[in-house]
Design a protein around this ligand. Structure first.
Ligand SMILES: [Zn+2]
Ligand SMILES: [Zn+2]
Length: 190
C-alpha cells in the first residue's frame, strides 16, 4: 500500500495482536460510500454490500468519516424517514472512534436475515482514565435483512435499527416488504 493512502477506518482493530496488511480506504469502503452519490443507477447496483458484515464495515467507516446519509440509506427503507439525521451526525462527530472488531458474522439466519456481533472502539473523554481504560467499546449484536426489490429483483442488505419505534402489529405485513407477517419475519430481530 502506498503510504499516502489512508487505511480504511474499518480495518483498524485496537484489540488485534495479529499483524495484517491494512487495506486502503479507496480499496475498501470508499466505493460503497461513493456509490451513494452516483446518479448512475447501474453502477450503484454493481457495488452494493455483498454480505451483512460488509455492510456493517461500511456503516462503521461512514460513522468515522461522518457520512450520515450513508447510515440512513443503509437502514431498512421503512425506517429511514424515522431516523434523526442530525443526531446521527453529531454522535458521529462527537465520538473519537478508535477501531472496529467483527466478533462474529452469522451470514444466514432463516430466509433473509443475518447478524453481526461487533465491537466499535472509541476513546473516552475521561481524562482521569488510565491508559487501559482509555479505549472503550460499544459491543453490539446487529441484525440485517436482505430485501428483494420486486420490480427488478435487486436484492440488498439493510440494517434493522432496533431503536426506531415502528407502529406495526405482529399480524401486519412485515416492515421489510417480504410479504410475511411481521411476527414471522423481522419482529424476531428487531
Ligand atoms: Zn473499510
Ligand atoms: Zn421482515
Amino acid at each position: 500500500m502506498h503510504p499516502a493512502m489512508p487505511i480504511c477506518p474499518c480495518q483498524v482493530n485496537p484489540d488485534s495482536d495479529t499483524v495484517m496488511s491494512p487495506v486502503a480506504y479507496q480499496d475498501c469502503c470508499q466505493p460503497y460510500h461513493d456509490a451513494l452519490y452516483d446518479d448512475d443507477v447501474d453502477k450503484v447496483d454493481g457495488i452494493k454490500a455483498e454480505t451483512a458484515e460488509r455492510l456493517m464495515r461500511t456503516r462503521y467507516s461512514a460513522f468515522v468519516l461522518i457520512k450520515p446519509e450513508y447510515i440512513v440509506k443503509t437502514t431498512l427503507p421503512a425506517q429511514q424517514s424515522l431516523l434523526d439525521v442530525t443526531a446521527i451526525e453529531s454522535w458521529a462527530k462527537e465520538t473519537d472512534w478508535a477501531g472496529l472488531e467483527i466478533v462474529e458474522h452469522t451470514p444466514k439466519l432463516g430466509k433473509r436475515h443475518a447478524q453481526v456481533e461487533f465491537k466499535a472502539y472509541f476513546n473516552t473523554k475521561d481524562n482521569t482514565a488510565s491508559l487501559e481504560e482509555k479505549v472503550q467499546a460499544h459491543h453490539e449484536l446487529s441484525a440485517f435483512v436482505k430485501v428483494t426489490n420486486k420490480a427488478n429483483h435487486d436484492a440488498r442488505w439493510y440494517f434493522l435499527d432496533p431503536t426506531v419505534a415502528m407502529t406495526v402489529t405482529q399480524k401486519q405485513p412485515c416492515i421489510c416488504g417480504s410479504g410475511e407477517k411481521f411476527k414471522r419475519c423481522c419482529a424476531g430481530y428487531n
